[in-house]
Design a protein around this ligand. Structure first.
Ligand SMILES: [Zn+2]
Length: 236
C-alpha cells in the first residue's frame, strides 16, 4: 500500500526521471547531429582538397611540357650550330632531319601546352566559383557545430543537476515504496504512476476502471490498474 505522503515523493521522483530521460534522449540526438555535421564538413574539405589537387596536377603538367619545349629548342639550336660547321652533304642532310624532328616536337608540345593552359583556366574558374560556395558551407557547418556543442554542454549540466536531485530524493522515500516503483519500471514505460482521468479511466492505458476501484481512488487510495498494472491515484 502506497500512502499519500509516499505517493507525493514517488511522483516527484517520477517527474525527475521523466525529465532525465528526455535530456538523455536530447544528448543522444545532439551526438548524432554532430556526427552527421562532421561528416558533411569532411566532405566539403575533401571536395576543396580534390579541386586544389587537380589544379596542382595541371600546373605540374604545364611545367613539364615547358621543360620539354626548352629541351627541343636547345636541340634546334645545337643542330643549327653544327649545320654552320659541317662540310659533307650527307652529314648536312642528317642534321637537317634532326633539326626538323626537334621543330616538329616543339609544334606538338606547344599545341599540347595550349590545351593544358585552357584546361587550367577553366579549372581555376571552377575552383573560384566552388570555393565561395564551399567557404559558405564550411562556415555554416562550423557555426552549427559550435551551437550543438554549447547545447550539449548545457544539457549535460542540467542532466547532472537532475541526477543529483534524484539521488537526494531517493533517500527520503521509504524502501517498500521505492521497491514497488522500481518493480513497475522494470516492466513498464514511464509514467508508471498515473492519475485517474475523466469518467474513471486509467491515465496510462485508458481502460475504464471497475466502479469498486474507481470509488477507492476517489476516496484517496492508490490502486493498481487491472489492465496495465500502473498505480492510479486521484488528482484533487
Ligand atoms: Zn492502465
Amino acid at each position: 500500500m502506497i500512502k499519500k505522503e509516499e505517493l507525493r515523493l514517488l511522483l516527484d521522483l517520477q517527474e525527475l526521471e521523466i525529465n532525465i530521460k528526455k535530456l538523455e534522449k536530447l544528448i543522444q540526438k545532439l551526438i548524432q547531429e554532430e556526427v552527421e555535421l562532421r561528416k558533411q564538413l569532411a566532405h566539403v574539405e575533401q571536395e576543396e582538397a580534390t579541386l586544389l589537387l587537380e589544379l596542382k596536377k595541371l600546373d605540374d603538367e604545364i611545367r613539364q611540357t615547358n621543360q620539354e619545349i626548352s629541351i627541343c629548342m636547345e636541340g634546334i639550336k645545337r643542330a643549327e650550330e653544327r649545320l654552320s660547321k659541317v662540310r659533307k652533304a650527307q652529314e648536312y642532310k642528317a642534321l637537317l632531319r634532326e633539326k626538323a624532328r626537334y621543330e616538329d616536337c616543339v609544334i606538338k608540345l606547344k599545341d599540347q601546352l595550349k590545351l593544358l593552359q585552357a584546361e587550367r583556366k577553366q579549372k581555376e574558374q571552377t575552383y573560384k566559383n566552388q570555393k565561395k560556395n564551399l567557404e559558405v558551407k564550411h562556415r555554416e557547418l562550423k557555426e552549427k557545430l559550435e551551437e550543438i556543442s554549447l547545447e550539449s554542454e548545457l544539457t549535460k549540466g542540467k542532466l547532472e543537476q537532475l541526477k543529483q536531485e534524484r539521488n537526494k530524493l531517493i533517500n527520503h522515500i521509504p524502501e517498500h515504496a521505492l521497491r514497488e516503483y522500481e518493480n513497475l519500471k522494470s516492466s513498464l514505460e514511464l509514467p508508471v504512476i498515473v492519475p485517474v482521468v475523466s469518467f474513471g479511466a486509467c491515465g496510462g492505458c485508458g481502460m475504464k476502471l471497475p466502479s469498486s476501484l474507481y470509488s477507492k481512488v476517489m476516496l484517496g487510495e492508490v490502486v493498481i490498474c487491472p489492465n496495465c498494472a500502473r498505480l492510479i491515484y486521484y488528482e484533487a
